[in-house]
Ligand binder design. Structure first.
Ligand code: SF4
Length: 694
């Protein structure tokens, strides 16, 4: 019998069964397994996920940088001794905050938890953050502000099945998590699927044949569209007044803030016809089972928190959150993007989604860790500021990276790369030589998902088991063991267990009483039929649906928060510019470090292609398949053009899965949202020119 586990990639966490084979080149066979999110289905990435296990590109021995610049294999003892010695030296010369840690939203809950503890106790640094800052931070900030809690979907995904109207804002689930679209079939059949995206994506095409509506606002104008929808709902008396009166605060200020966003004005800014704005608002308010869902397309902006807040405002005006068969949610992207933001990888956070500045939270976690609360450092720096400090005199001099490919996935990557080159020490834990690992002084090869035990928390806030299906290669090690060994070498008195279940038992205690309370969950329960949605208090039950009775603010009310566009947040393109939109392809995941090493996936999408509207291409003198340069003041991407009517004439699309001169993030801005510190990934001005080859 095979091991029941879940896909290593996205937050849908499709269930699969892994069965060992006798084939050394393909040691594991993958089969989809019935589960409420995927119902047995997998996408291409899931079906091919086992291919990396025995790939020749797999790292199986630690690597250290030689004086001649090459990376040489070494033993684990030699590598760990070297890292510990260098960390001690940098710490004693420059202070504890000269050492930084960068985590990832794909790490198991156990690794994310132990990494936060390791940074704060073994290293004594406040300088820890993670790549979820690039992913869910705006949606998380908006959820915390409005509801007092951040759980991506506050209801089971299967609730969408009965939806009659579903508004999808900036999410291309048909490519990012294909089995998800099975949950949209009901709304499609009811003609109620509404997709907002500047591109005619595979998800937008689900609305063809009268099964819904696709609108293509100008990039960076989602906030104005949402303000316009709220305007219509209020102006046409479509507000659920009883709900707003009983369950929210802030209506008067919100009403004033949207008064100026009448549909014709929204049309002039977004390009969405005023009649369409009215029609969407009326459809959303028409009763039935209505959901509003946001994704990175509307969140990865310098005003991402306000945009997600505007979507929540709209949902609250309509009385959706907490109403059976309706709701608002945000679609988490990374595999453990939910759990990864709950257990202390964030610079301002302790386990259980506790605030690091809260004295009671510090006291609780200090008790679990067996230290004085004063030993836990205060808040550190969010990702962009942390990376901006690399190699600076008062900045981070040594960086430990777990589960992240910084020089592909960070905004303004050329600047991040320059920071990395200034470091005294870069240590990367990975199982392939990613673009970031290739720059490291020490590379520590780690296990892959099918070789380890642990837990993940999917996009519904449901905690699930990851199970070992085969033995790892001799030279690879579990990150829990690596943290244990480094802490021991650094002389830490704190406990760093190496067994995932033991670490989870400690995580339960640390989370107890917090917002993300896991204290009632253990591995035995996860092996049973019980559905483990947090909060799941000790001796209690899980919580599939939040907000039925109250929201998580002390007064039980949700907050309607008046938001407004900021001047200059999204300048319109000049006559020789277009707006760059970045995003994903069906075949690749995140920075592509994994999926570009799977032959079927790479063959299908071997390189970045700039998607340009034929009318724009004609104006620029570019033909299909021709080499182009996409450039702005931060950098230049060289790739080939793909002409398509699926994109607006004022925009160009680049996938962000590629490195080096095809890295879309050479062009993205590290300007951040003032609340969430989310960078601007989705609307950056560029020029596109035909590349004249020498
Ligand atoms: Fe499912 Fe996502 Fe894995 Fe595809 S990548 S199989 S959608 S979990």
């Amino acid at each position: 019998m095979g091991a029941g586990t879940h896909c290593p990639y996205c937050a849908l966490q499709c269930a699969m069964t892994l069965t060992a084979t006798d084939d050394a080149t393909a040691p594991i066979a993958v089969a989809g397994r019935d589960f409420p999110t995927n119902r047995g289905g997998l996408c291409k990435k899931g079906w091919t996920s086992a291919e990396l296990l025995a790939a020749p590109s797999r790292l199986t021995a630690p690597l250290v940088r030689e004086p001649d610049g090459s990376l040489r294999e070494t033993t684990w003892d030699a590598a760990l001794d070297l890292v510990a010695e260098r960390l001690r030296g940098i710490r004693s010369e420059h202070g504890a905050d000269a050492v930084g840690v960068f985590g990832g939203g794909g790490l198991t809950n156990e690794k994310a938890y132990l990494l936060g503890k390791f940074a704060r106790l073994a290293l004594g640094t406040s300088r820890i953050d993670y790549n979820g800052r690039y992913c869910m931070s705006s949606a998380a900030a908006a959820g915390n502000r409005a509801f007092g809690v951040d759980r991506g979907l506050p209801f089971p995904l299967a609730d969408l099945d009965d939806g009659t109207t579903i508004l999808l804002l900036g999410t291309n689930v048909a490519e990012t998590m294909p089995p998800f679209i099975g949950h949209l079939a009901g709304a499609q059949a009811a003609g109620g699927l509404i997709v907002v995206d500047p591109r005619r994506t595979a998800t937008a095409r689900l609305t063809d044949d009268g099964q819904g509506l696709h609108v293509q606002p100008a990039p960076g104008t989602d906030l104005m569209l949402l303000l316009g929808l709220a305007h219509v709902v209020i102006a046409e008396r479509l507000v659920d007044e009883d709900y707003v009166a009983a369950r929210t605060s802030g209506f008067a200020a919100l009403r004033r803030s949207v008064a100026q966003w009448w549909p014709e004005r929204v049309q002039s800014v977004t390009g969405v016809p005023a009649a369409t704005v009215r029609a969407i608002a009326r459809r959303l308010a028409a009763g039935g089972r209505t959901f509003i869902l946001t994704g990175r397309g509307v969140e990865q902006h310098v005003d991402g928190t306000d945009t997600a807040t505007a979507a929540i405002n709209l949902a609250l005006l309509l009385g959706l959150p907490g109403r059976p068969g309706s709701g608002y949610g945000t679609l988490t992207g990374q595999g453990n993007g939910q759990g990864g933001r709950e257990h202390g990888q964030k610079c301002d956070q302790l386990p259980g989604y506790r605030k690091i500045t809260d004295p009671a939270a510090r006291a609780h976690v200090a008790r679990v860790w067996g230290v004085d609360a004063a030993e836990i450092p205060g808040p550190g720096l969010p990702a962009i500021e942390l990376l901006g400090s690399l190699g600076r005199p008062d900045g981070v001099r040594a960086l430990l990276v777990h589960g992240s490919n910084l020089v592909v996935s960070s905004p303004n990557v050329a600047d991040v790369r320059r920071g990395i080159e200034r470091l005294d020490l870069l240590v990367v834990c990975d199982f392939v030589l990613s673009e970031t690992a290739a720059l490291a002084d020490v590379v520590l090869p780690v296990l892959q998902w099918a070789e380890e035990e642990g837990t993940m928390t999917n996009l519904e806030g449901r905690v699930i088991r990851r199970r070992r299906a085969l033995a790892p290669p001799a030279g690879a090690r579990d990150e829990l063991w690596i943290l244990h060994e480094l802490a021991r070498r650094l002389g830490s008195a704190a406990r760093f267990d190496t067994d995932a279940e033991t670490v989870f038992e400690e995580l339960r205690l640390a989370s107890e009483g917090g917002i993300a309370d896991y204290s009632g969950i253990d591995y035995a329960l996860l092996d049973s039929d019980v559905e483990a949605y947090w909060p799941f208090p000790r001796g209690g039950a899980g919580t599939p649906r939040l907000f039925a009775e109250r929201f998580h603010h002390d007064d039980g009310l949700a907050r309607l928060v008046a938001v407004a566009p900021r001047a200059g947040a999204h300048p319109a393109p000049s006559s020789d510019e277009v707006t760059l939109v970045t995003g994903r392809l069906l075949e690749h995941y995140q920075s592509g470090a994994q999926t570009r090493r799977v032959p079927e996936l790479l063959d299908a999408q071997p390189e970045a292609r700039a998607a340009i509207h034929p009318a724009t291409a004609a104006r620029l003198g570019i033909a299909d398949d021709e080499p182009v340069e996409v450039a702005n003041g931060r950098g230049t991407v060289r790739c080939r053009a793909r002409l398509t009517t699926d994109i607006r004439t004022d925009a160009v699309f680049l996938p962000f899965h590629y490195g080096d001169e095809q890295a879309a993030n050479l062009l993205t801005s590290d300007a951040v949202d003032p609340i969430s510190s989310m960078p601007e990934f989705k609307a950056n001005l560029v020029r596109v020119t035909r590349l004249v080859e020498a």
